[in-house]
Design a protein around this ligand. Structure first.
Ligand SMILES: [Zn+2]
Length: 325
């Protein structure tokens, strides 16, 4: 439920150059052609599925660069066109890309693994990407830290929003990769984000943090059910259900209750009294500052992305206190 933005240009270029190099360096044993050549053939042969910004290019390397740096909206467009053509589209392209690969992988995802694990100044690319987004908490759940220990032990995992098993052509796309926690990655696995839990095709059942048309943090709100003593999430029902978000927050009912107790303890009248007492001692502190020191900076711009359960705490405070600070 944290929105992700475009990576800085230097990181995009670094990623794209690495992806191109890996595709060129990977050569099939049987016929000696490189993964790069196979990828270019797929792009040229199936033009209908790819946007004009790729098709209009004549330089093969530029085509691949454009593909791996496509924005989410274009990636989604390719996915939907492939789905609409079913066997002719998605399955055909998948089979074609995988035909020369003997193991369980596919050419793009083999290269993806090498790209994402690569290190610069001993820092893994996945760590650099997470830091570039200023991201400390999983954007899918806002529940778990995705911090790293040192430079190479990454707490973050990369989820392919559109699964690499079904859409190998999208598996190297930088904006199809969601830096997330291990639990969310495991829960999502190869789920199609456009299907509900019964396999019914409904668009946007899982929402990408790169999707500019959705902002999950605005679409859901947390509440607390005292009768069942559990935290509940309203809105974006399919996303919440498919990503098991309420299950993630089962352990947080205690925090919800503590917050409620604290709000009751520090009523607006009492905060005004604290302010008066401080003023008498020559300390001119604003009401908002007093609230921040009592409850933490719940409504700061980065409160959700930088602290686990930040969204839950902010929603519950607003609900129970009736205001923000
Ligand atoms: Zn998560």
């Amino acid at each position: 439920m944290i929105r992700l933005s475009r990576y800085p240009t230097d990181l995009e270029n670094y990623y794209a150059n690495l992806a191109i190099k890996r595709l060129k360096d990977s050569v099939f044993d049987n016929n000696g052609s490189s993964f790069f050549e196979v990828a270019c053939t797929a792009l040229n042969k199936h033009k209908d599925y790819f946007p004009e910004k790729i098709n209009s290019l004549s330089d093969e390397e530029e085509k691949i660069r454009q593909l791996v740096l496509l924005e989410f909206v274009d990636i989604k467009g390719i996915k939907e066109k492939l789905d609409a053509d079913g066997y002719k589209g998605r399955d055909c392209l998948k089979a074609e890309i995988n035909k020369n690969v003997s193991n369980n992988g596919n050419l793009f995802s083999d290269c993806y693994a090498k790209v994402i694990q690569s290190q610069k100044q001993k820092k893994k690319l996945s760590v650099r990407m997470t830091q570039a987004q200023n991201l400390r908490v999983c954007p899918y759940c806002n529940h778990d830290w995705i911090t790293s220990r040192g430079t190479s032990i990454a707490g973050v995992q990369m989820d392919h929003f559109y699964p690499k098993s079904e859409y190998p052509i999208l598996s190297l796309c930088m904006y199809n990769l969601i830096p997330c926690c291990g639990s969310c990655n495991q829960i999502k696995l190869n789920k199609d984000p456009d299907q509900d839990e019964h396999g019914l095709y409904l668009k946007d059942t899982i929402i990408s943090p790169f999707d500019k048309n959705h902002f999950l943090a605005d679409e859901i709100s947390f509440t607390y059910n005292p009768a069942e003593d559990r935290v509940m999430i309203l809105g974006a029902t399919s996303h919440v259900k498919r990503m098991k978000l309420e299950e993630a927050y089962e352990m947080n009912s205690q925090e919800a209750k503590e917050l409620q107790k604290k709000i009751q303890m520090y009523s607006q009248t009492q905060v005004a009294e604290i302010k008066n007492v401080l003023e008498k001692h020559g300390q001119n502190i604003s009401t908002a500052e007093i609230y921040r020191s009592l409850f933490g900076n719940l409504f700061a711009d980065d409160a959700v992305s930088n602290k686990p359960i930040g969204k839950m705490r902010a929603d519950l405070f607003k609900k129970w206190a009736g205001f923000t600070f």
